[in-house]
Write a protein that binds this ligand. Structure first.
Ligand SMILES: Nc1ncnc2c1ncn2[C@@H]1O[C@H](COP(=O)(O)OP(=O)(O)OP(=O)(O)O)[C@@H](O)[C@H]1O
Length: 277
């Protein structure tokens, strides 16, 4: 959580750029989102009209070594993460003292949009189908030696039934040293572990968001997700392992195998890959 001083400085120095501002050959059209490190805009190339996403490092962060380091790492990791599931990095631009990543614009709906704006609901089968597709994407990232560590509903997009993952702001290399533990926030240690378990943990929470989209509270008293969600015991067991309530999975492959086993066991002719649902 940002301190009061930090919030005041951000309000003064981190104002988003105006529509029409040129970053290299790209003209800013509007703000897509504002995060703790960056402000992201949609922009168009002045000659070709090609649309792209421009992520600007917040000026207050650009003044710090840690902020600049994280910006360059995000660029490096995006460059390294190859595959159609991740946006391509086109350019890194430093201009007027600002720092920008110019990247492919992913034209889809985030799962946050789908659940909270479109009111889409996900059954157990649909959630498993989404998870299986994500397993392939995340496994490919892990094979490239990268852990994403921010697989949340605003960072996973549905582009006409095909999933894509954005935001490498918290990603790391598999051989990075472990981060200094902050004992005030024990969950952060799990979420920021330099390990596949960090992504598995995030995917566990991601799955709960999908499954809760169908939930209709029958009583005022809040119960645990295990009591509230009407899902199979097998899926609950898998989720407990993802969320480290039970002995955690150690790799995405282990999760993939358990989910596949679940779909075979159900042997349901009506089980469909996410892209065909
Ligand atoms: N390549 C992209 N294509 C389309 N939209 C994007 C792209 N990258 C980011 N966005 C949009 O911009 C918003 C903010 O971007 P991003 O997720 O990179 O930053 P953040 O998580 O908000 O910031 P930070 O990483 O600083 O915490 C996202 O919610 C997403 O909708």
């Amino acid at each position: 959580m940002a301190s009061i001083k930090e919030r005041v400085l951000r309000a003064i120095f981190d104002r988003p750029l105006k529509k029409g501002y040129m970053v290299g050959g790209y003209r800013i059209s509007h703000v897509l989102g504002m995060g703790s490190y960056g402000m992201t805009y949609a922009a168009h190339h002045k000659w070709t009209g090609k649309v792209c996403a421009v992520k600007q490092l917040r000026p207050t962060k650009a003044k710090t070594t840690a902020g600049l380091r994280s910006f360059h790492r995000e660029a490096e990791l995006m460059q390294l993460a190859s595959g159609v599931s991740f946006p391509r990095l086109y350019e890194v631009i430093e201009q007027d003292g600002y720092h920008f990543l110019i990247m492919e614009f992913v034209n889809g709906r985030t799962f946050e949009d789908l659940i909270f704006e479109d009111r889409r609901t996900f059954s157990e089968k649909e959630t498993i189908a989404v998870l299986l597709e994500l397993c392939s994407i995340v496994a490919s990232l892990h094979e490239q030696g990268i852990y994403h560590r921010d697989l949340r509903i605003p960072n996973i997009l549905d582009v006409n039934g095909v999933l894509r993952v954005i935001d490498f702001g918290l990603a790391c290399y598999h051989d990075d040293p472990p981060e200094e533990p902050d004992w005030r926030y024990p969950e952060k240690q799990v979420m920021r572990a330099v390990s596949p378990t960090a992504d598995l943990y995030h995917l566990g929470h991601f799955s709960l968001f999908l499954l809760y989209s169908q939930y209709k509270p029958a009583e005022k008293k809040e119960r645990s997700w295990e009591e509230e969600l009407n899902i199979s015991e097998e899926l609950k067991h898998i989720l407990r392992k993802m969320l480290q309530i039970e002995r955690p999975f150690q790799s995405i492959k282990q999760l993939q195998t358990s989910l596949q086993h679940l779909t075979y066991k159900e042997n349901s002719a009506d089980f469909m890959p996410y892209s065909q649902s």
